[in-house]
Design a protein around this ligand. Structure first.
Ligand SMILES: Cc1cc2nc3c(=O)[nH]c(=O)nc-3n(C[C@H](O)[C@H](O)[C@H](O)COP(=O)(O)O)c2cc1C
Length: 181
């Protein structure tokens, strides 16, 4: 099984990337390969000017590991009551309509605010739904992220840490069930 964790912002030193790296380790502990893809590395310059439909080799090679994954975990911060613009741009440069068809997806929201990016994740789920993804129902929301998350030990709240660990083990089963031929 090959999963990818998408750190869904291009903000340098983001919590999304720190959480993604931590979650990647949780998957490794379960014997599953789940590398991190950071949207900080999206070749933005290749999209300047609105290159929709014109293929760029750099965008193609950036998106390839995502398209070839058996499942995706999105780590999404809340920006202005929604998900970051770079995430929508990334989606808009995927092949249409085939990308994300029946792709298993799990979601982790994180924000400095009290709702832990609930709005951002739910808005992104509307896009995932439009692209016919298979959405794993156990979501995790991390509010006041700089206080509640430690990059080495995870969530300081035991209840939430258990939710995160449950998402990891149950998402592996969900992906396995949906990749059987
Ligand atoms: C452009 C921008 C908009 C933001 N809007 C919100 C918001 O609507 N709600 C919120 O709780 N935090 C908001 N934040 C704060 C982020 O939640 C905060 O940066 C947090 O660390 C998670 O984002 P990160 O993964 O970029 O670190 C915003 C941050 C940025 C950079």
């Amino acid at each position: 099984m090959n999963l990818k964790i998408i750190s869904a912002t291009d903000r340098p030193s983001s919590w999304a990337l720190r959480i993604s790296k931590y979650v990647s380790k949780l998957y490794t502990n379960e014997g599953v390969n789940a590398g991190v893809v950071s949207l900080e590395d999206f070749p933005l310059m290749d999209a300047v000017g609105g290159k929709y439909g014109k293929e760029s080799d750099r965008i193609k090679s950036f998106r390839e590991p995502v398209l070839n994954a058996d499942g995706l975990v999105f780590v999404i911060p809340e920006y202005n009551g929604s998900f970051p613009g770079i995430l929508k741009l990334f989606i808009d440069y995927l092949p249409f309509p085939e990308a994300f068809q029946k792709m298993p997806m799990a979601f982790i929201g994180e924000a400095s605010g009290a709702f832990g990016a609930l709005r951002a994740v739910e808005q992104f789920q509307m896009v995932a739904n439009y692209r016919n993804a298979l959405q794993f129902p156990e979501r995790v929301f991390i509010p006041r992220v700089s206080k509640e998350f430690d990059p080495d030990t995870g969530l300081k709240d035991d209840f939430k840490q258990n939710l995160l660990e449950s998402q990891v083990s149950e998402f592996i089963k969900f992906v396995a069930a949906n990749t059987e031929s």
